[in-house]
Unconditional design. Structure first.
Length: 389
């Protein structure tokens, strides 16, 4: 009996040494196998963690105490259960009472192929990391979804608002189950595609994740009025890198509305290039040997009525008719040629008419990436975050 005492004592020491914040979440496999879920998922609702492992590679946020790669349950564009990948970064130092405030960051457009998942390769030039590291240093946890179908099985429903909103919300719930030092106070923040995503998250949060205390929604150059922009494609008759982005919008509509038979409506060259959407990231899609060699006007056959496509964009993609509770900050560069300022101006007018508490800031000379990189914009956004938390 006495021989067992040292073993028992050691076991007690190990139990005592285990951090109180560590939840029991299975460790996932190495490499790309992490993104393929097990045949039997853990029981639970959307926002339940599936497995986790230490994050490595270019997506690591260097100001974090710990970076974790996380696979979690969510709900797909068609309302079915799915899994989504993302990352969780927690700040250095001790959590405040009630836990660290959390920023759920939604990334900009990178592509629809699994290889483009930001948790694998980070965003181009890691352009968003300076801002996210700044927020970690301020004492906020930062969670980043990859969105449905980026890295994980199934297609990516690009700019389909409900799907994106679910991904942004569910990673907060999953992160809080992974680490109970992460609190309930949350701000949704995102750029471009991500600005669009957080607007939907802000509208869905009250019913989808009612346990969260939403302190605000921060959108940098958010995509909007996509139906109106889709109507303008016929006027753009010169080949352009813009077709790479437009082809992704078409892909998203195809994923969310298979009954439209979108692929059968494409022009000959666009139809031949269509498989590249599941192989290449955005920069490559905009090259002359891809959709960048196709005029936007030629994405669809000349005899095709695009009205059903525009109607689908208005229904599934456009955020202007959302009702968002709590404060909203929208920041827009006036030299942006990707998300045009006029459309963001209209979005703000729409929100003001719907009673949304929106603050709108514009910045002369700032382009699309500058909405995140510009020092003045980052400072204004960070000051706003501090007030919200």
């Amino acid at each position: 009996m006495s021989r067992l005492l040292p073993v028992a004592a050691a076991a007690l020491v190990l139990v005592a040494a285990a951090p109180a914040h560590a939840a029991t979440v299975e460790k996932g496999p190495a490499g790309d196998a992490f993104y393929t879920p097990p045949a039997s998922l853990p029981s639970g609702a959307h926002g339940t963690p599936v497995w986790q492992r230490k994050l490595s590679g270019p997506a690591v946020l260097k100001s974090a105490k710990a970076n974790t790669l996380l696979l979690y349950r969510s709900t797909s564009a068609d309302g079915k259960g799915t899994v989504v990948s993302g990352t969780v970064a927690v700040p250095k130092g001790k959590a405040s009472k009630g836990g660290w405030p959390v920023v759920s960051w939604a990334h900009g457009t990178i592509g629809a192929a699994d290889a483009c998942a930001p948790s694998k390769i980070a965003m181009p030039a890691a352009y968003d990391q300076k801002l996210l590291n700044r927020w970690l240093k301020a004492g906020y946890a930062v969670v980043r979804t990859d969105y449905e179908g980026l890295g994980t099985p199934g297609p990516h429903p690009y700019l389909i608002g409900t799907s994106a909103g679910h991904s942004v919300l569910d990673i907060v719930r999953a992160a809080r189950k992974l680490d109970d030092r992460i609190g309930k106070r949350v701000v949704f923040a995102g750029h471009s595609q991500g600005g669009h995503a957080v607007l939907f998250a802000g509208a869905l949060a009250r019913k989808w994740t009612p346990e969260l205390t939403v302190r605000g929604t921060l959108a940098f150059a958010p995509a909007s009025h996509l139906g109106e922009q889709g109507s303008l494609l016929r006027a753009l008759t010169a080949p352009s890198p813009l077709s790479g982005l437009a082809s992704m919008i078409v892909y998203g509509i195809d994923v969310a509305n298979p009954s439209l038979g979108v692929q059968n409506l494409l022009g000959d060259r666009a139809k031949a290039l269509y498989p590249q959407l599941e192989e290449r990231c955005l920069t490559a899609l905009g090259q002359p040997d891809s959709f960048g060699g196709v005029a936007p006007a030629d994405l669809f056959r000349a005899d095709v009525d695009v009205a059903p496509i525009v109607a689908a964009l208005n229904r599934d993609d456009d955020p202007e008719e959302l009702t968002i509770r709590g404060p909203v900050l929208i920041e827009q560069g006036l030299a942006d040629t990707t998300v045009l300022p006029n459309f963001t101006n209209n979005l703000v007018t729409d929100y003001e008419g719907r009673g949304v508490k929106v603050t709108y800031k514009t910045y002369p000379g700032v382009d699309h990436a500058g909405a995140v990189l510009n020092t003045k914009i980052a400072g204004d956004a960070s000051a706003w975050l501090k007030k919200r938390f």
